[in-house]
Design a protein around this ligand. Structure first.
Ligand SMILES: NC(=O)c1ccc[n+]([C@@H]2O[C@H](COP(=O)([O-])OP(=O)(O)OC[C@H]3O[C@@H](n4cnc5c(N)ncnc54)[C@H](O)[C@@H]3O)[C@@H](O)[C@H]2O)c1
Length: 460
């Protein structure tokens, strides 16, 4: 092939490829683009609804047949998402499926599957890997694949792309330079804050790191149609690291106040009063609050994705490890304080009856993942306590990856029968005055009894 023919061929390919990107952009603008969202959980389902609200036709992929069935019959399994919103999305063309062959019909594919830690506290990327292996044979040229799951920097390029490239039949490659043929890839972290209604989801800026500028541009066009602001960064790794920085910042600051809370208690100072005063400073300070331990799918887990990856670079992330140590110890601290509270009434843990108030990892949500309440209940049981719980979001609690409780929610009456009531999650529906008035001892890990000022309250 002569150099001239090769150049004109390359220009031809580039024109074709650029025009396919332009075609996708125009399909996004006209709401014709088909969106496939993989993982209909706490992240994928709300994202589906945002796209549906903007009249995109969304297909939700999930391996959990019960979720697929619930969604297709217009139901919801997340408390803060009413079924009416699913029905409205259906009217805009939403349906759920487990059939990955439908990936071929999608213009954009957004991956929102779990990224937990394994039993050795190391990243478990098996959900991303399985998803990539299922997408790969159905990939077609010109599609945009976006990873949203929180993970260590390098996952998109080192894990996702190699599986997508090796598993597809047509030898398709990820586009690494504008103008190449293949499929576009980007990473865009989810910034969901469950239970926080003060910021509309549309107003949360969306960080986007494409493998090259076409991917960044297409992902920005796509997310720009549902978010008010997009924030492009130079690479998937920069976007992956952004999410980890945000969560590590929270993890470290929560550890700081958890440690200071323990010191304040010894010094007879109310840490919550101190935080309230400190946060009046209009610059340079952001309030974080102590609690019974970390919970949720993000803060207890994500930092360890980075500390694991850092080892490959012969680097120790000491802040993350120290914060992990302080935060992991908090449930043990709660047990210690509970034992001391009982001791003050000439009682001990062994043989006592304790009601745990709130199982969810934070106020007013129905998410139990990594909740400190689970560890606290297990520790109480090991110490010989007869444990009861109340949580309006969980009529029963069975077993999960790290717990095996098999309990049912106890009604909130006759509180005097318990040796202590332990507030682990400060749901707003609880009447704390009544709880304090009717209980023998109230151990409060959340400052839920602020302002009540009774002698039977033990702050912890
Ligand atoms: N929940 C949050 O508040 C939050 C916030 C920010 C980021 N994230 C991140 O988002 C990601 C998803 O979290 P989540 O809370 O939505 O998890 P989730 O467990 O609620 O939902 C994940 C869904 O993916 C499905 N799934 C698993 N493997 C699959 C596969 N191979 N194909 C199709 N579906 C599959 C599961 O059945 C489940 O429905 C995680 O990486 C998490 O760290 C979560």
């Amino acid at each position: 092939m002569s150099a001239q023919v090769r150049v004109s061929l390359e220009i031809g390919i580039m024109t074709l490829s650029l025009s396919s990107a332009a075609a996708l952009e125009s399909r996004i603008a006209s709401r014709q683009a088909r969106i496939g969202i993989i993982g209909m959980g706490y992240v994928g389902l709300p994202l589906t609804l945002l796209f549906s609200e903007q009249r995109f036709r969304v297909t939700g992929f999930d391996v959990d047949a019960a979720k697929v069935e619930a969604l297709n019959s217009g139901g919801s399994y997340i408390v803060r998402i009413p079924a009416a919103e699913i029905v409205r999305a259906q009217a805009a063309g939403f349906r759920a499926t487990a059939a990955y062959t439908e990936i071929a019909d999608m213009d954009a594919i957004i991956i929102c599957v779990p990224t937990p830690l394994d039993e050795y506290h190391q990243p478990d990327l098996s959900f991303i890997e399985k998803t990539a292996r299922a997408i790969a044979p159905n990939l077609r040229e010109g599609q945009l694949v976006i990873l949203e799951s929180t993970t260590y920097p390098g996952t998109t390029e080192e894990v996702l792309i190699p599986i997508l490239e090796s598993g597809n039949r047509g030898g398709l490659r990820a586009i690494r330079r504008p103008g190449e043929h293949g499929f576009c890839v980007a990473f865009s972290p989810e910034r969901e804050d469950p239970g926080n209604d003060s910021v509309a989801r549309r107003d949360i800026p969306k960080v986007i790191g494409g493998l090259e500028s076409t991917a960044t541009g297409l992902a920005s066009a796509l997310y720009g149609s549902i978010f008010n602001r997009t924030v492009p960064v130079s690479s998937p790794a920069a976007a992956e690291m952004t999410k980890l920085l945000e969560n590590i910042y929270r993890c470290v600051n929560i550890a700081l106040v958890n440690e200071l809370k323990q010191l304040c208690e010894r010094m007879g100072i109310d840490i919550f009063e101190v935080i309230d005063a400190a946060k009046t400073k209009p610059f340079g300070y952001q309030a974080f609050y102590p609690g019974p331990g970390l919970g949720g799918h993000c803060i207890p887990i994500d930092p360890f994705y980075l500390s694991w990856k850092a080892k490959q670079f012969d680097f120790r992330t000491r802040f993350i490890e120290l914060a992990g140590e302080v935060n992991t110890n908090m449930p043990y601290y709660v047990i210690e304080k509970t034992a001391l509270a009982l001791n003050g009434h000439k009682k001990c843990l062994n043989g006592s009856r304790i009601l745990v108030l709130g199982l969810a990892y934070k106020r007013d949500i129905d998410d139990l993942r990594e909740s400190p309440s689970l560890t606290i209940i297990e520790l109480l049981r090991k110490a010989g306590v007869e444990v009861f719980y109340n949580d309006p979001f969980f009529p029963t609690v069975g077993h999960g990856r790290h717990y095996d409780l098999n309990m049912s929610c106890t009604p909130l009456d006759d509180l005097g029968q318990y040796d202590a009531v332990l507030i682990v999650t400060d749901h707003t529906s609880y009447d704390y005055r009544r709880i304090v008035a009717e209980s023998q001892i109230v151990i409060d890990t959340r400052n839920a009894t602020k302002g009540i000022g009774a002698a039977n309250i033990v702050h912890c």
